[in-house]
Design a protein around this ligand. Structure first.
Ligand code: GLV
Ligand code: MG
Length: 307
């Protein structure tokens, strides 16, 4: 399925070391799950987590969710074993591999080639497994354009705020939250940079985690900020954050209805019967071709969310 066809308003992190959480995740309402082999899994637990993930992907119905596995980053000794064990074991039931802490295009190209080898040897369609790249340090952000362009498998660029904040020495331990000493949104530049790189290649842009999992109102505020810029979704670390993400990253009913109205009115205005006009009034609002494009974005997001 092409990236644009997958909904990712809520992307649920599930530690591969917990059979219980892997089981539970199946029935939750997240658009995407990513089964984690990286930072939620201790080094000694990684071999067992690979096996748990293969079993979880193979048995059980994931109900149309996008299924991703986050492997370890390429500075560790674990990445190649993660990719080979998971794809050999469950490649037919896996939609994407998520690569964390990506620093340049070569790392994505390594994953692309490895997946191609695996798909060929397993008799899977070549190119069916997509790639999601996490931007988590200065090198990743500076090279984000080449990362977005590195492979036709690329589906999403994801902001990883916790690692990013650590890597640039940001003076806060409140991951994803505003910083009282800074009179603005400290993530604005990073989010916009990621968004531009993603949109240039028609990829989805996904916001990262908010760690205060019991404060759903604060989660919602953080999500609203990236949703307003145009982000497609956000990570959720707890089932309690799922509904808020699904709601925030879908258009409001009023915006969706208004977008449909613009599309209808503009289609009529530009038709023979409507006088072949390119700019018309809709109530007090002047609409033209650019309004149609903006309305199409809202309408497509609404339809993907079942409106
Ligand atoms: C996610 O991986 C993060 O570092 O925020
Ligand atoms: Mg991280």
């Amino acid at each position: 399925m092409p990236a644009a066809g997958r909904s990712r308003r809520s992307c649920l992190a599930v530690p591969g070391s917990s059979v219980k959480m892997l089981d539970k995740a199946r029935g939750l309402g997240a658009d995407q799950v990513f089964l984690d082999l990286e930072d939620a899994v201790a080094p000694l637990a990684k071999p067992a987590a690979r096996k748990n993930i293969v079993a979880a992907l193979n048995d059980g119905d994931w109900g149309g969710k996008t299924r991703a596995v986050r492997v370890n980053d390429l500075t560790t000794p674990w990445t190649y074993t993660d990719v080979i064990e998971v794809v050999e074991g469950a490649g037919a039931h896996l939609d994407c591999v998520m690569l964390p802490k990506v620093q340049n295009a070569a790392q994505v190209q390594w994953l692309d080639l490895t997946l191609t080898q695996l798909e060929k040897s397993l008799g899977l369609d070549v190119g069916r497994i997509g790639i999601e790249a996490q931007i988590e340090n200065a090198a990743g952000l500076v090279n984000v354009d080449e990362i977005a362009a590195a492979s036709p498998r690329m589906e999403t660029i994801i902001f990883g705020p916790a690692d990013f904040m650590a890597s640039i020495n940001m003076r806060s331990l409140q991951v994803g939250a505003l910083i009282p000493d800074y009179p603005g949104d400290p993530y604005h530049y990073i989010l916009m940079r990621i968004l531009m790189a993603a949109r240039m290649r028609d990829l989805q842009a996904i916001d990262g985690p908010f760690l205060q999992i019991r404060d759903v109102d604060a989660f919602r505020e953080a999500a609203k900020r990236s949703a307003a810029l145009g982000f497609d979704g956000k990570w959720v670390l707890h089932p309690g954050q799922i509904d808020a993400a699904n709601e925030v990253y879908a258009p409001s009913q009023a915006d969706y209805d208004h977008a449909e109205l613009i599309l209808d009115a503009y289609a009529h205005a530009t038709s023979e019967a409507g006088g072949k006009r390119g700019a018309v009034m809709l109530g007090d609002e002047m609409i033209d071709e650019a309004s149609r494009k903006m309305a199409l974005v809202i309408s497509a997001k609404g339809r993907a969310a079942g409106m």
